[in-house]
Write a protein that binds this ligand. Structure first.
Ligand SMILES: NC(=O)c1ccc[n+]([C@@H]2O[C@H](COP(=O)([O-])OP(=O)(O)OC[C@H]3O[C@@H](n4cnc5c(N)ncnc54)[C@H](OP(=O)(O)O)[C@@H]3O)[C@@H](O)[C@H]2O)c1
Length: 329
């Protein structure tokens, strides 16, 4: 069965190398703003932007973490005397603060060319165990925390007829998993936001990229793991854990290449290809290649889905044995 999947994957990779050359935009001397740039994937993206000779502003709340990250980003700047590397402390859930600060940094550093929305966090658990405040907080940061900065910057991007927007979703933007009911709702919503924006902004030469990172070894991921129910932990154990530098590299390449989706690794290739549906595409060649393998991928994915449900059922049975669940009446 694996042969059915690997052979088309290899053919596509080969054809992609031959015909799928992507033009990558240059960000030298351009102003790149990374929200959530003091830690994890966002910090790695900021380091990459500095290595690409861009002016970099990172935004987050905690000033100590921001200052530490700035030192690291500056060490990676290739032109430290000319590159402007700054931070601003803003809570991304407050629209007025976000708008005012984006305006200010445009005046001091220069027009923003690339906006990366990477602020976010996950809390796992069964829906009934969340407090209403936890639910609101997840929605505020993970969803409104992307809508607000984009709403603030889009009029300027439209006026200048250029810009790059990155939204950071997750693999659970594509499919739901045990324990992710609230987080996954926010990340699914980001997909709707990204697809609509892509259509609204394309005529203005503004690109939109939706990053779909898999499990990535960051401080945020370590916190998330503490909240995972046993079912979620066992399902997560089936996948690989990626390095934030590699994930950031792929996001940067896809965003500068104008790709709509950014994913990394074989499993994410499978899930993203399977779930593309009515999403935007950048080449007919890509669509033809994908349409050739989607049927097989659906078949393979059914084994994963079956396995996930089996894990959940096993955990249920274990809990029942330990009398943590009441027997059926
Ligand atoms: N790591 C993974 O496995 C993984 C997988 C899929 C998707 N993602 C997504 O990728 C993004 C980055 O994740 P990560 O693991 O790199 O997280 P991380 O290490 O915890 O970094 C999160 C960043 O967001 C900032 N932030 C959080 N709340 C904020 C707020 N209200 N206002 C402004 N900034 C805020 C944090 O700084 P302050 O706390 O100081 O504000 C920090 O800079 C998130 O959207 C996450 O959902 C991560």
């Amino acid at each position: 069965m694996v042969v059915f999947l690997i052979v088309p994957f290899l053919i596509i990779s080969f054809m992609w190398k031959l015909f799928g050359n992507i033009k990558v935009k240059d960000i030298t001397n351009r102003h790149v703003v990374i929200i959530g740039g003091s830690s994890g994937i966002g910090k790695s993206l900021a380091i990459l932007a500095a290595k690409k000779n861009a002016h970099v502003t990172i935004i987050a709340r905690n000033i100590d973490k921001l200052s530490e990250a700035i030192t690291e980003i500056k060490e990676n700047a290739i032109n430290p005397t000319d590159q402007k590397i700054n931070f601003v402390s803003v809570d991304v859930t407050n629209f007025e603060d976000v708008e005012n600060n984006l305006c200010e940094i445009e005046e001091t550093v220069g027009p923003i060319y690339m906006l990366v929305n990477c602020a976010g966090f996950a809390v796992c658990g069964e829906l009934e165990n969340f407090t209403v405040n936890q639910i609101k907080s997840l929605i505020n940061v993970n969803l409104l925390g992307s809508i607000y900065p984009i709403k603030a910057i889009v009029p300027k991007f439209k006026e200048r007829k250029e810009g790059i927007i990155v939204l950071t979703g997750s693999q659970v933007s594509l499919f739901g998993l045990y324990g992710y009911s609230v987080y996954s709702s926010c990340k699914f919503a980001l997909r709707g936001l990204a697809e609509s924006l892509y259509m609204e902004l394309k005529p203005y030469n503004i690109s939109v990229t939706l990053a779909l990172p898999p499990d990535t070894d960051t401080p945020g991921f370590k916190e998330e793991n503490k909240t995972k129910p046993i079912e979620t932990l066992r399902i997560s154990d089936m996948g690989d854990i990626f390095n934030p530098g590699d994930v950031a590299n792929k996001i940067m390449r896809d965003a500068l290449g104008g790709q709509f989706f950014s994913h990394i690794g074989f499993e994410s290739f499978i899930t993203t290809t399977l779930c593309k549906g009515m999403s935007p595409f950048t080449s007919f060649f890509q669509v033809i290649m994908e349409s050739m393998i989607i049927g097989w991928i659906r078949l393979i994915s059914s084994f994963y889905v079956h396995r996930f449900h089996k894990i959940v059922q096993l955990c249920y049975d274990e809990k029942k044995k330990q009398k943590k669940i009441k027997p059926n009446m």
